[in-house]
Design a binder for this molecule. Sequence first.
Ligand code: HEC
Length: 129
Amino acid sequence: MGVKSIMIKKTITFLCLLGVLSLITLQCNKKKKADESIENGKNIYEANCSACHGISGEGDGPGAAALNPKPRNYKKDGFKYGSSIEEVKRTINEGLEGTAMPSWAEVLTDEQITQVAEYVKSLAASSVE
Ligand code: HEC
């Protein structure tokens, strides 16, 4: 084997390692981004939604007692108006006519609505045992 082919082999090994490393970094960043997004969703939820929906989504916020219909218990009852991310986002965007659930389209950005929807879904999911 000549010096040249050894060099080529080494270069290939090096490039492979580099590829693996950058893949790992990429995955970590993705995870970090997802965590940040849930964290944002939590903040938005606690500031805007928990008064009615309750801190843990059980429909027991201080504002809920006077409402009819009351916000439901996501943890126990799941979603009446659809549980896919699109449906939850639509509910948040448009609000629910005939209930106290307001439209948030003017208050929150689309990104914030996505984040808070993810968070609400995570609240509901945490009850499935
Ligand atoms: C003023 C009280 C109030 C506030 C504030 C509020 N909601 Fe609601 N929400 C309700 C009520 C009442 C319902 C209707 C419950 C029903 O009809 O079963 C509802 C329903 C919902 C539903 C539909 C649940 C289902 O069964 O499909 C979602 C999702 C939701 N709210 C998310 C949010 C989010 C996210 C926020 C904050 C950005 C928020 N709500 C703020 C009162 C409120």
